[in-house]
Write a protein that binds this ligand. Structure first.
Ligand SMILES: *Cc1c(COP(=O)(O)O)cnc(C)c1O
Length: 402
């Protein structure tokens, strides 16, 4: 296994990683995940455990909670946070099960319109236990149409509305979501898994002034270990904590909790603010440069860390684009675009994101270079083998966190 881990380390260092949901965690974060905390059982919550020997783990979990609330400037009298959910999908599931009786209706952005599996997709367990109304982007602008959303929600009357996405490049108007939720008596949950780091860095609107519940992963723009956080207004605290444990999980992964605390600390530093701003600058430059070269960006551009490139617009299938770029050492994932005419397995687009390359220190100037490579390869103007050599030299100047 040591050899395989080394091989993966080598692979990660040797490519340009444009996967929008990935990042490089710091050594300190990785050390915490590899710590002796993995040895402990601590079912329950701080001060209320079902095992002895939890005096240190209690402090770990309390400190993580404190840091999570502090990072997002939340008043501990009004907001609480659960740090035990093992990942983003279970976190969402626990919130639904805590707040919405089975068989009732919820609403979320459709998966093929930028939403996430855990927002009621047909293949997700979330659609087995609840009914869903899915909202879409406008066919022409490829941006959410809040007027249409208002009418749809008034008609559907969901018990809970999820705002949040995995493949949407625009700001969300949380104030409007709040108004819509109020107009139909729904709870408003924001799933900020993708953009939590941008909120923390002050470069994307915060959902907290408007949401009742906010879930997030910790391993995307937040640059921590794999994991999740569930923030809730105090009135939902008991129900949500019970849904996590004993409802859906046993013992928490304390090593992961500790690593989340390390990442949260890192995210309060001024350098993280700069990092978050640079992520967005880089995404804007990359999208802009590709646009100049004739590529169609879904919705015309980006306000965050990602965008969708409509490669089928130039007659290239998403899967082929993904493969071609990989052969040149550039890693992306194929992705459906709104109202895609092709199948999800080989869709019309690719998703491009800048959190990982920005961690390595890549800035605007280099983004223009990456745009040239991406465009040249996809247009068959550049030899992927040659580019791969150039990429190998390029990435050496931008090392991964040690
Ligand atoms: C990534 C993501 C999740 C799921 O996270 P996992 O940690 O993979 O379970 C949930 N919601 C959204 C919007 C995401 O982008």
């Amino acid at each position: 296994m040591r050899a395989l881990i080394k091989a993966e380390e080598h692979r990660q260092a040797g490519v340009i990683n444009l996967i929008a949901s990935e990042n490089y965690a710091s050594r300190e974060v990785r050390e915490a995940t590899g710590s002796v905390l993995t040895n402990k059982y601590s079912e329950g919550y701080p001060g209320r455990r079902y095992y002895a020997g939890n005096e240190v783990v209690d402090e770990v979990e309390r400190l993580t909670q404190e840091r999570a609330l502090k990072l997002f400037k939340l008043n501990p009298k009004k907001w609480g946070v659960n740090v035990q959910a093992l990942s983003g999908v279970p976190a969402n599931f626990f919130v639904y099960s805590a707040l919405v009786p089975p068989g009732e209706k919820m609403a979320g952005q459709a998966l093929d319109q930028g939403g996430h599996l855990s927002h009621g997709s047909k293949v997700s367990l979330t659609s087995k236990f609840w009914r869903w109304a899915h909202y879409t982007v406008d066919r022409k602008t490829e941006i959410l149409d809040y007027g249409k959303l208002t009418l749809q929600m008034k008609k559907e009357k969901p018990k809970l509305i999820v705002a949040g996405y995995s493949a949407y490049s625009r700001e969300l108007d949380f104030k409007k979501f709040r108004k819509i939720a109020d107009s139909c008596g729904a709870i408003l949950m924001v799933d900020m898994a993708h953009f939590a780091g941008l909120v923390a860095g002050g470069v994307y609107p915060s959902p907290f002034p408007y949401a009742d519940v906010v879930t997030t992963t910790t391993h995307k723009t937040l640059r921590g270990p794999r994991g999740a956080l569930i923030f809730f207004k105090k009135e939902y605290e008991d129900a949500i904590n019970k849904a996590v444990f004993p409802g859906g999980q046993g013992g928490p992964h304390d090593h992961q909790t500790a690593a989340i605390a390390v990442a949260l600390h890192e995210a309060t530093q001024p350098s993280f603010k700069k990092y978050a701003h640079q992520i967005v600058k880089n995404a804007k430059v990359l999208a802009g440069e590709l646009k100049k070269k004739g590529w169609r960006i879904v919705s015309g551009g980006t306000d965050n860390h990602l965008f969708l490139l409509d490669v089928w617009d130039k007659g290239i299938a998403g899967k082929d684009a993904e493969k071609l770029l990989e052969s040149a050492g550039i890693i992306v994932n194929r992705n459906g675009i709104p109202y895609d005419s092709r199948s999800p397995f080989n869709p019309s687009g690719i998703r491009i994101g800048t959190p990982a390359v920005t961690t390595r220190g890549v800035k605007e100037k280099e983004m223009a270079r990456i745009a040239e490579w991406v465009s040249g390869i996809l247009k068959n103007n550049l030899d992927p083998k040659k580019v791969k050599n150039e990429v190998s030299r390029f990435v050496k100047k931008f090392p991964c966190p040690k």
